[in-house]
Ligand binder design. Structure first.
Ligand SMILES: *Cc1c(COP(=O)(O)O)cnc(C)c1O
Length: 365
């Protein structure tokens, strides 16, 4: 049995450190915004090269609070990709704004800067790129568009912790960025967790207030806020994993490159690295017209595989009405041919060979 991501193998490696940290936390009983959350925020900010990092309850909240803090609200248009997880658009809806879905680059699956420019209207307030599958979006182009049209740039970096472009970490380039620590993400907790980063003192202050019931001073509430704090126990785990994140991402890149090398002669499209930044392969996603046969053959051998994402957001029931006449040909084509293989820092070369052999068998038949 080969899972999409082997969380157990990762746990075994950090077991002692994590168990010591958790035992200490239980002894200390400082469970809410305790010393580990504070230390993790400092360590994450240093790693990401950003002034402020604020721990929140999950990645969806990170994006939601970032949008509020950047002043995005009712009736504002936010341009984003339809080829992403629903949470990107949920966050936009939570603040009463309108997600404007545009098409992607056929090779990287990231939002197309040309498509963004065509979608800008006087109501556009922000661009929300997703660094999909761990590959940085074209931030040089996006920054330029934001400057030219006076837009906010809010990054969905939920899949790209540790990915960089032009020497800067994804998430830390725009006005604000959100990360998810969902267990299967590149930096994953043992439950839910999230982070907002920003270089703005004002945005950071608002996020700190919003995540804690709109309060700076206990029992004094200035705005309606939320209960969205990063959990102290999760911060213990994240601190242990943050120390090793470069090693994990490097191992993911090794897996991806070996897959691509072994499949170079096969009639399918392996992931494209545009070379603009460092891809950290949250997913290893290919395109094939024989997706269903390949996936069936893998599943028959107890090898996990998955489609991210089978239904693009503009075709989801929840958005169907507001997207009636919207056609995004690249997104639609990719969603009907894409599939993802197991990838994680602990996938052995032997397993990679085994997986590729099965795919080769299907395509040669
Ligand atoms: C995982 C993910 C999120 C949401 O993160 P949660 O922590 O599950 O709330 C948002 N956007 C993208 C692209 C994601 O992959």
């Amino acid at each position: 049995m080969i899972p999409m991501v082997n969380l157990k193998a990762q746990y075994v490696e950090i077991k002692d450190e994590v168990e010591r940290g958790l035992a200490e936390t239980i002894e200390n009983c400082a469970f809410i915004l305790g010393p580990n959350v504070q230390a993790f925020e400092k360590e994450a900010a240093a790693y990401l090269g950003v002034k402020h990092a604020i721990g929140v309850a999950n990645g969806t909240d990170a994006l939601h609070l970032a949008l509020i803090a950047e002043g995005i609200g009712a009736g504002d248009e936010v341009i984003t990709s339809a080829f992403t997880f629903i949470a990107t658009a949920e966050a936009i809806k939570y603040v009463g704004a309108i997600p404007v879905f545009v098409d992607i680059d056929p090779r990287t699956f990231n939002i197309s800067p040309e498509a963004i420019e065509q979608a800008i209207t006087p109501r556009t307030k922000a661009i929300m790129p997703v660094h999909l599958f761990g590959q940085p979006a074209d931030m040089t182009e996006l920054l330029q568009l934001c400057e030219q049209y006076h837009l906010k740039l809010i990054e969905d970096a939920c899949q790209s912790f540790g990915a960089s472009i032009n020497g800067k970490q994804t998430g830390a380039i725009g006005h604000a960025g959100g990360y998810s620590f969902f267990p299967s993400k590149n930096l994953g907790a043992f439950g839910d967790g999230g982070l907002v980063v920003t270089n703005s003192d004002e945005t950071a202050a608002k996020i700190k207030q919003l995540r804690n019931h709109g309060s700076d001073v206990r029992y004094y509430h200035d705005v309606i806020g939320y209960n969205s704090r990063l959990d102290e126990m999760q911060a213990v785990i994240l601190r242990a994993k943050l120390k090793r994140i470069d090693q994990y991402n490097q191992a993911r890149r090794h897996v991806a490159h070996l897959y691509s090398e072994l499949m170079a002669d096969l009639p399918l499209i392996t992931p494209y690295e545009d070379g603009l930044g460092v891809h950290v392969y949250h997913q290893y996603t290919l395109l094939s017209d024989h997706r269903d046969e390949i996936m069936q053959a893998l599943q028959a051998q107890e090898i996990a595989c998955a489609v991210y994402y089978p239904v693009p957001l503009h075709q989801q029931k929840v958005f169907k009405e507001e997207c009636v006449n919207l056609s995004l040909p690249v997104t639609e084509h990719v969603s009907t041919t894409c599939f993802s293989l197991p990838i994680c820092p602990f996938l052995s070369d032997e397993d990679i060979h085994k997986i590729v052999d099965i795919i080769r068998g299907v395509l040669k038949a």
